[in-house]
Design a protein around this ligand. Sequence first.
Ligand code: ADP
Ligand code: MG
Ligand code: ZN
Length: 619
Amino acid sequence: MQEMKTPKKSLLYYCIVALFILTALNLFVFPLLKDIHIQDVSYNVLMQMADAKNIGQVEINEGEILFTDKENKQIYRTGKMDDPNLTERLYTAGADFRSISADEMSPMQYFFLSFVLPTLLFGFLGWILFRQLKKRMNGGANAINSMTFGMGGLGSGSAKVYVKSDGGIKFADVAGEEEAKDLLREIVDFLHDPEKYKEIGAKLPKGALLSGPPGTGKTLLAKAVAGEAEVPFFSISGSEFVEMFVGMGAAKVRDLFKQANEKAPCIVFIDEIDAIGKRRDNTMGGNDEREQTLNQLLTEMDGFDSSKGVVILAATNRPEALDPALLRPGRFDRRIPVELPDLQGRAAILRVHAKKIKTAPDVDLDKIARTCPGASGADLANIVNEAALRAVRSGRKAAVQEDFEESIETVIAGYRKKNAIMSDKEKMIVAYHEVGHALVAALQSHSAPVEKITIIPRTSGALGYTMQVDEADKTLLTKTELLNKITTYTGGRSAEELIFKDYTTGASNDIEQATRLARAMITRYGMSENFDMLALETVSNAYLGGDSSLACSPETQTKIDLAAAELVKKQHEKARSILAENTDSLHRIARFLYEKETISGEEFMELLQKTEKNSENRD
Ligand code: ADP
Ligand code: MG
Ligand code: ZN
């Protein structure tokens, strides 16, 4: 994809550079020139010349003495000495005390340098600034003639225009997201062959809004559209409308649509549209400038005729924060959800990215995909890259399975800490803690089997962790499954209590997760007896971690807290009793883990079954 730029950008740079050179000249070069006339001499010379009565003018300064010879041909400079009779001696030598200036500028020169030049310079700069501003106020009329986009800075409108090129991103580069691709493909098809649609009377949708969590490939999809469509593609980010100058945002919107209309058929892509499209409200400190920009956008979207072939794509991860006016049919009438990839999607994305690196033939990407549920496309791209980096670090020519497995942990939990100081006792506690989680998970029939347990400290602060793997992605979770999850979270602390009769701070993250889940069960999933199917909490920012706000009376809040506490407590007790019945396995696996620091899911299951058999034999 090529981005068109203009040569005019250099104008501003030119001015800045000119200013720089001038300042540098003034600071460093002119003083040097001045100094050429002055000759540094020793104090002796002054004395000798005074004795020889060969002194013209003299200037005595703070740390130096400047003087000339009789003919005033040469200026000399010397240091100052503690010489009380100097003045007298110089006087008798016939010196003329006055200030000596080396740069005897003529009044004309002086006038020019200190008055005319700065005026000219500032005038020039001002003229340029003014011109740029005017250009933007006019909606960049000049800009279009010369394809002046993509200037940025104090330039004209900052939409980038892309033209089709062979190296661009294609739909094939976007793995998974088939639904989104289908919808976008239709738009591209319309732009290629509008007659086919006109025959039936179908109208092109005016706009499509891609919404989904960060890193799921929204921007990538838009770029793919640009790569596939054989029409100009304007790309601008919502934040670019928010400007230093009041009214500029609206002007930019106008500018953008004017350009788009002239280049139709074309596609306009507004990334992160929530920066301007936020719901208008009457809260204090509402942003007038943003509202103006939004209003302009709404007007422009109504104003153009979609049969001309201008399609507006936008992307956001906060669709619920967008102004309803923006979402009504006739504006962004197509909502394209871009969700986190499922198992197949993850495998496909891994495959797309793994193609770009060298991998060993035995790498099983499906297995990798299974071990990172919830990873976004960006995470997966990162995992592949980390694997390649690790392969290079280990001096391999291609990435092997182990590189991928290690890189998942790197992406999830950070790098291995090189020389983490952990005492034996601590290491033992962490081992029991992690095996506690794993055992509880494995012994509850509905819990997913463990994939890996490790007690190698990570840069993220995790001292160890248990990687659980779902065989298939689950979209629906039953109440039992949720309860079991909570039990698993409490398993680590339970093991500590059981074995060491004391517990540590290591469970803080588990506590957070268990609490969140327990509260969600009560307030959002209607899974408590007392409240039945009542929504006690609303979730905003579903794609960005999901902040929730309570929607109930303070009395109810207290009850929710109590209910959540009770729920977690019950599961905690269950975890403790599970472990108490399986202390043999707990000891055996924890010690094994302590020795090896990392054990795989298979090793874990093997050990577990062995212990179970042993105890059966004993019975
Ligand atoms: P966002 O949805 O936040 O705009 P991006 O489109 O910027 O996310 O995606 C970030 C990166 O993640 C992309 O550059 C790409 O490498 C990778 N990626 C995300 N989704 C996919 C996908 N479906 N297929 C291939 N790569 C993807
Ligand atoms: Mg993006
Ligand atoms: Zn834990």
